[in-house]
Ligand binder design. Structure first.
Ligand SMILES: Cc1cc2nc3c(=O)[nH]c(=O)nc-3n(C[C@H](O)[C@H](O)[C@H](O)COP(=O)(O)OP(=O)(O)OC[C@H]3O[C@@H](n4cnc5c(N)ncnc54)[C@H](O)[C@@H]3O)c2cc1C
Length: 309
């Protein structure tokens, strides 16, 4: 593949499939020659792409070291509710109103004016919603015991504003991703995967996705009804809920997410080589990564991970 070319889902957001570096341009069409991606280019090197739109909606890009910081903007909390006893869903809207463009899987920094802190605390949160034109975006946030950032966000009244910065991150999967995909998450590690899943649903793709979502108890399962409804509506999507401390009457899968990865990958491998996207706390992400790389022999380029700690 010509590394300097990639198809974009929107005019101002794109990802180079070879390098997996993400870019967001301001939509300006810049004059200049097409340039191939330099050889020896680092997979996760921070880059700014300068993008050229052509009539076929193919972009060609030039790469250069990222100079400018990601955009900073105000976000107002417009809706919130509890998804589980520890996880709160927060819906924000950009102010002033502007479309919220990002790649499914990306995250934002928020700056939280926590009382007693010398400066606003910066915390990263993955966007749980698919990209939307109305400027809204959704977080799902675990309240960490004694954690100032998550405690502040759980107590935030509707109508309050925070500063945000982004989007950022390379843990992305475009809606038209063509390879069968295994998603693995525990807790709010689901958030970037939900964004990827909803984007795939909106794009009407049929590439198989199997999500393995782990939790301790049934009451900790995030977005359960929504995920079950999506699995019923779309034959290409399957969800496995697995509980590490399920009650005796739990009829679903049991054990850590790792227990179910090999079987799910074997199933997805029937038609094409699957990719795996894993997100959550470091211990789980490392355990799954080791399992698929060392024990199951998946090549590095098919293993994508994001950790929250
Ligand atoms: C790229 C990225 C994306 C993130 N996306 C999310 C998200 O979508 N939802 C979310 O809840 N958090 C997310 N986080 C974690 C978030 O940034 C904060 O670390 C978290 O909210 C704790 O902040 P705090 O100030 O409350 O506690 P701190 O005092 O800063 O942290 C205390 C400890 O909490 C633990 N912790 C961090 N995140 C979690 C979590 N989700 N569940 C359980 N324990 C945790 C860590 O071990 C950390 O050391 C993300 C982190 C990164 C780097």
């Amino acid at each position: 593949m010509d590394a300097a070319q990639f198809i974009i889902p929107r005019w101002d957001a794109a990802v180079c499939k070879q390098s997996r570096a993400a870019c967001a341009t301001n939509g300006d069409s810049l004059a200049g020659p097409l340039e191939n991606e330099p050889s020896g280019f680092l997979r996760r090197q921070a880059l700014r792409f300068v993008a050229f739109a052509t009539e076929t909606r193919l972009l060609a890009c030039r790469t250069a070291p990222m100079a400018a910081p990601p955009p900073r903007f105000s976000a107002r909390l417009v809706d919130a509710d509890d998804l589980t006893p520890l996880v709160r869903r927060l819906v924000f809207v950009r102010e002033p109103s502007a479309p919220m463009h990002f790649l499914p899987g990306q995250w934002l920094n928020v700056f939280l004016p926590v009382q007693g802190a010398p400066a606003p605390l910066r915390r990263a949160y993955s966007i749980a919603s698919a990209p939307r034109d109305d400027g809204t975006f959704e977080f799902a946030i675990t309240r960490v015991e004694g954690g100032p950032g998550s405690t502040f966000l759980h107590a935030m009244p509707i109508g309050t504003c925070v500063e945000a910065e982004g989007p950022q991150g390379f843990f992305t999967r475009l809606a038209d991703f063509a390879s069968p995909t295994l998603f693995v998450a525990t807790g709010t590690g689901l958030t970037p995967l939900r964004s990827m899943l909803l984007a795939a649903v909106e794009a009407r793709t049929s590439t198989p996705i199997h999500l393995i979502l782990g939790a301790r108890h049934e009451s900790d399962l995030l977005y359960r009804a929504e995920l079950e409804a999506l699995a019923s509506a779309h034959p290409w999507f399957r969800v496995t809920f697995t509980l590490s401390q399920g009650a005796p009457d739990w009829a679903g899968a049991r054990g850590y997410v790792q227990t179910h990865v090999a079987g799910a990958l074997a199933d997805l491998s029937k038609d094409a080589e699957p990719h795996i996207f894993v997100c959550g706390l470091q211990r789980m992400v490392s355990a799954v990564r080791d399992l698929v790389r060392k024990d199951l022999g998946l090549p590095r380029e098919r293993v994508h991970g994001e950790r929250f700690d």
